[in-house]
Ligand binder design. Sequence first.
Ligand SMILES: *Cc1c(COP(=O)(O)O)cnc(C)c1O
Length: 399
Amino acid sequence: MNYDSASNIQDLLQFGEFGDVNPSITDSATYTFMQAKTMSETFDGTEKGCYLYSRHWNPSNRYLADAMAALEGTESAWVTASGMSAITTAILQICNSGDHIVSSLSTYGGTFAFLNNYLKKFNIEVSFVDITDLAEVEAAIKPNTKIIYTETMTNPMLQVSDVPALAKISKKCGAKLLIDNTFTPMIVQPALLGADIVLYSMTKFINGKNDCLAGAICASNEFIEAISSVNDGTAMLLGPVLDPFRSSSILKNLHTLHIRMKQHSSNAMYLAEKLSELGLQVSYPGLTNHKGHETLKRIMNPEFGFGGIFSIDMDSMEKASALMEKMEMEGVGYLAVSLGYFKTLFSNSGKSTSSEIPEEKQKEMGMSNGLVRFSVGLDMDIHRTFDRIKKSLVELELI
Ligand SMILES: *Cc1c(COP(=O)(O)O)cnc(C)c1O
C-alpha cells in the first residue's frame, strides 16, 4: 500500500498573489475577461484555464480541492457547502431514474434518509445490506445497479468496510464504489484501495473546529468535470458551492490534520480500553474484540491509529441520558451531535443523528437505545477525562 500521497499536501505550491504564505482569498462571485471569445470558450469547455463564476469554480475552492485530491490520491476534487451536498451531488450525477443502488444499512442518518426516502421521487431503488457480509452485497446486485455505497467506518455502528473486496465486486458488475471517509481521514485512503469516489463531510475531522459545514468529492478528472459542467453537471446546476472564505480557513486546518488524527486516536484508544476494564460494553475498532478490527488493520495507515470515535452501550435510553447529562456537568465534554471536534462530544445515536432510521431498522443493524457515541477530543490529559467519566458512572450507580 502507498500512503505517501497524504503527505503530498505539504508539497503543493499554494501561496498568495503577493507571496503570502497562505493562498489569497478570492472575494468575488464573478471574473473578468479581456476577450469575449475566451468567455464563450470557457462556457463550451474548450478553454479550461479561466475562472468564470464562483458557483462553477473559484481559486480558493481550487486550492482546497487540490489539497483534498492530494490527501486521497485522486486526480481531482470539488468542495461543497456540506457533507450532505457532496453525497447527494455524487449520487444524483451517477444515477438516472430506474437505476439501483446497493448501500450499507448502517450509514449516517441523513444519508439513510436520502437513500430511503428522497430517491423514491426519482424512481431510484436502494437495497440495504450488511456491508461486512460480502455475499449479501453480491446477492443484492442487479443489472441496473450503478452504485455500491458505504462508509469506511460506518456511523454509528463503526462497522469497517472491506474497501478492496467491495472494489472487486463493483468492478465486476460495472457499478461505481462510493465511500464516505468522514470518520477516517489519513487513516484510510479509499481511492488507493479501489474506490471510485471518496466523499467527505469536512464539517468533522477535516476542519475540526465545528465552526462551519463543508464537504468534498474526490474523484477522477472526468467525474469532476462532469459534475461541474455548465450544461448538465449536478454541482453546477444544483449549486451547493462552498464559500471561498470557508475554503481558505478549512485549508489551513487541513494542514494540522495528521497531528490531530493521531491525538484523537490515541485518546480514544485509552478511553476504550479503560472503559472496557470497568466492564462496560465498548465498541471501538482499535479493540481486538471488535468485528472490524482485522479488516481495519489490513487497510489502514497504522501511524494514525484506529480513529477518534467509540461507543458504549448503556442498555437503555434513560441510563444513556443520565450519563450524558452527568458527564457534561463533570466537564468530560458536550452533549452535542457532530464529531471530529477538539473537545469531546457525545450523543445518543438512536434519538439523534440516526433518528431518521426507523426503530426496526435500528434493531436490525444492532443499534441499542442506550448507545452513546463519543467523538473523543484532543484532550491534553486523557487520564483526567477518564476519571471524570468514571466518577459520573459511579455516582449514577451505573457500574
Ligand atoms: C456528518 C456526516 C455527514 C453529513 O455531513 P454534513 O456536513 O453535516 O452535511 C455525512 N456522513 C457522515 C459519516 C457524517 O458523519
